[in-house]
Design a protein around this ligand. Structure first.
Ligand code: PHE
Length: 468
């Protein structure tokens, strides 16, 4: 991979390169986009929300949301980015000027920046859990432990704000350290090695899960739909997660798309990224649920699910301390590359709009996010009874952490995605879209109809159902 390829939305452009500002290859774009997409959402969030929403039916709806809503919107974001050729807010502005549309569309970029900021604040706290588990697994203290002991270890972590703060700080510092330099080819190379490694280790845990004697139960939990288990709010969670896991609705793919050379197929690359993302999530599910059933654990245990199940697997497999610490290190890398893509939009926005330099904007954005993260930490222990917006039925009983998650995944991201779909499907010039996508007529028509009708209607129906 050439050292001059930019890896993020930044102006990480190399003047020496003739093809200034373009990805070094199709692979480079795929790696960066996958680096953003594959993260805690796949390994941590997908299994636990699947457990909370009853399994198979949820997984089916989730996959439908990926294919029928997420993928077309990802393509739309990449199209806007490549067409505009600038940072998200300016790309949209540029397109609106050229096609004589309202400049208010740049709100899409603003919603994105806000959502990314809010997500990173709690994402970093969870990233911190993963950091803390590297030591826990490496020290060998999990070896041969019972499910209860491992569960207690996790509860103790959550009950201890000081330790949580330490690891949250470490994670945020890792993210800031990369963003402050402007993201370079090193990250691209890291993703190309670490993602396959994470994949292999996930397969190792799946291999262990097969030996538990409950693999079949795990498979049928994941793939046998029982619609009586799925509520309408579960459908919203599935839709919201499709956006979260593909990093959509936040203008991130728009930023990446602006660096994509014209001759590369947007459809094929978007399909590749979505497929890889889905495969990682399903593998995580296949690794975790057999362990849940084999140990009589609760599938709906919530956000702690992977931290109560995977350590059990590592405590019982040969060389578990080694595999376990390696696994959590790789999970940190996956979370790190996603975290970087979450901080980048705000930093870039501060640079562009407020004229700050990179160091100041990274420090400002990173510290603000770190501070907000402290509220999420406290909501796991000292503030576990505090529900800031509890007076609204929709937010009843939601702690700061729950609230941030709900607000971003279930409201802001689908809203951002809806606006992207409407902007692209109803306002951008059709011939411009055709020339960007250069697909077969049938392929294009399917995409266009999905974007104009199916995606916006689906998002609106799910919204309406959940807001009334
Ligand atoms: N997609 C990432 C994950 O699944 C999270 C993320 C969301 C990253 C939005 C960037 C933007 O973990």
């Amino acid at each position: 991979m050439s050292a001059s390829s930019p890896t993020t939305a930044t102006g990480a452009l190399d003047g020496a390169n003739e093809k200034r500002g373009l990805w070094s290859s199709r692979m480079a774009f795929i790696l960066a986009a996958t680096g953003s997409a594959v993260g805690l959402g796949n390994v941590w969030k997908f299994p636990y929300i699947t457990g909370e929403n009853g399994g198979g039916a949820f997984v089916l709806v989730y996959m439908l949301c990926i294919a029928a809503v997420g993928l077309p919107i990802m393509m739309a974001e990449v199209v806007i980015g490549r067409r505009g050729g600038r940072s998200p807010v300016n790309s949209i502005r540029h397109i609106t000027q050229r096609d004589v549309l309202s400049s208010r569309w740049s709100i899409v970029g603003i919603i994105g920046v806000l959502a990314a900021f809010l997500i990173l604040s709690f994402y970093s706290v969870i990233g911190g859990w993963a950091v803390s588990y590297v030591g826990t697994t490496a020290s060998g203290q999990l070896t041969g432990q019972s499910a209860e002991a491992i569960g207690a270890l996790f509860s103790n972590l959550l009950a201890d704000p000081g330790t949580l703060l330490l690891w949250h700080t470490v994670f945020m510092a890792l993210v800031m350290a990369v963003v402050v330099k402007g993201v370079r080819a090193g990250l691209e190379r890291a993703v190309s090695i670490l993602m396959p490694a994470l994949f292999v280790l996930l397969l190792t845990v799946v291999g262990y899960a097969m030996t538990t004697g409950h693999f079949g139960a795990g498979v049928s939990f994941l793939f046998k739909p029982d619609f009586s288990q799925l509520s309408t709010s579960g459908v919203l969670v599935a839709l919201g997660h499709a956006f979260f896991t593909l990093s959509l609705g936040m203008a991130i793919m728009m930023a990446y798309g602006s660096y994509l050379p014209k001759d590369i197929s947007i459809a094929k690359t978007s399909i590749t990224v979505s497929l890889m993302d889905t495969v990682v999530a399903l593998l995580a599910g296949l690794a975790i649920f057999p362990i849940v059933f084999a140990n009589g654990l609760e599938a709906g245990a919530g956000p702690g699910l992977i931290f109560q199940t995977l350590p059990l697997a590592f405590g019982h497999m040969p060389m578990g301390s080694l595999f376990g610490s390696l696994f959590f290190i790789l999970l940190i890398f996956a979370a790190w590359t996603s975290g970087i893509s979450l901080l980048e939009p705000l930093v870039e926005w501060l640079e562009e709009q407020k004229g700050m330099n990179r160091v100041r904007s990274t420090l400002g954005a990173g510290i603000a996010c770190w501070l907000l993260g402290i509220a999420s930490i406290l909501s796991l222990n000292l503030w576990s009874d505090v529900a800031p917006l509890g007076m609204f039925a929709m937010f009843e009983g939601k702690t700061v952490f729950d609230l941030l998650d709900y607000l971003t995944s279930n409201i802001l991201l689908p809203l951002g995605g809806l606006l992207v779909a409407v902007f692209t499907g109803w306002f951008m010039a059709k011939d411009a879209l055709q020339s960007e996508l250069s697909m077969s007529a049938t392929g294009f028509n399917i995409w266009y109809a999905t974007l104009r009708y199916l995606a916006p209607v689906a998002v609106m129906i799910v919204f309406v159902y959940n807001l009334i």
